[in-house]
Design a protein around this ligand. Structure first.
Ligand code: GAR
Length: 221
């Protein structure tokens, strides 16, 4: 393999970054869905409390009560609700419960921050252009499960992360923000995922602000 010299490769290659933070008139009420560690959930909360995102995370929904995200919610004082997918007869029923949870919390936008379940048009249509997903690849490459493993198996030199609006086809929809991340010699899934996570934590708050700006400007392009 032709390994790039690390000194030739910036730690973080980055798509053009907006000159100014995207502006939106109204502070946002955010709902978050998470299945795992919840580091992206915490990054969002941090961006609202100590960073530039004019928003409040008002509700976290997890599908596994014991996941890291729910422990983080407790520490951060964010209301957390568990909707265990095994308790629902169908994906549509789970999505119906998600809709009820987020409507009760009067959220403006919902962020799938490591939600490892396929969502149905029912959820997507309840939050038109208000449902965001983060995925650990440069979409449209490496959709679906284990995107980091897929990138390693493909032998790419560059991968990354994407935040996009959700459409019915898995890991598709208008892209709001991407960050490119180099694959380094000797990377395994854990070292590469950690490098991608650092970029996810930067682009997720930015993408939320961009989605809000886009909604307010009526830009559905
Ligand atoms: C993130 O890398 C996110 O991109 C990925 O799950 C991880 C969650 O990390 N999402 C998907 O793979 C969805 N297809 P976190 O729990 O630490 O935020």
């Amino acid at each position: 393999m032709n390994c790039p010299n690390p000194s030739d490769v910036a730690e973080n290659l980055q798509w053009p970054w907006p000159q100014t933070w995207p502006s939106h008139r109204f502070p946002l009420r955010l709902g978050v869905m998470a299945s795992g560690e919840g580091s992206n959930f915490e990054a969002l909360v941090a961006a609202t409390r100590d960073g530039p995102l004019r928003a409040e995370v008002v509700r976290l929904v997890v599908n596994n009560a014991a996941c890291g995200a729910s422990a983080r919610a407790e520490r951060l004082g964010i209301p957390c609700q568990c909707l265990d997918h095994r308790a629902f007869p169908s994906r549509e029923d789970l999505d119906g419960a998600l809709i009820a949870a987020f409507q009760a919390a009067a959220v403006d936008l919902v962020v799938m921050a490591g939600w490892m379940r396929i969502v149905t048009p029912r959820l997507i249509e309840a939050f038109p252009d208000r449902l965001l997903n983060i995925h650990p690849s440069l979409l449209p490459s490496f959709r679906g499960l284990d995107a980091v493993g897929q990138a390693l198996a493909a032998g790419v030199c560059l991968t990354g992360c994407t935040v996009h609006l959700v459409r019915p086809e898995v890991d598709s929809g208008p892209i709001l923000a991407q960050a490119a991340v180099p694959v380094k010699c000797g990377d395994d899934a854990s070292t590469l995922a950690a490098r991608i996570h650092r970029q996810e934590h930067r682009i997720l708050p930015l993408a939320v602000a961009l989605a809000a700006q886009r909604l307010e400007s009526g830009d559905q392009g």
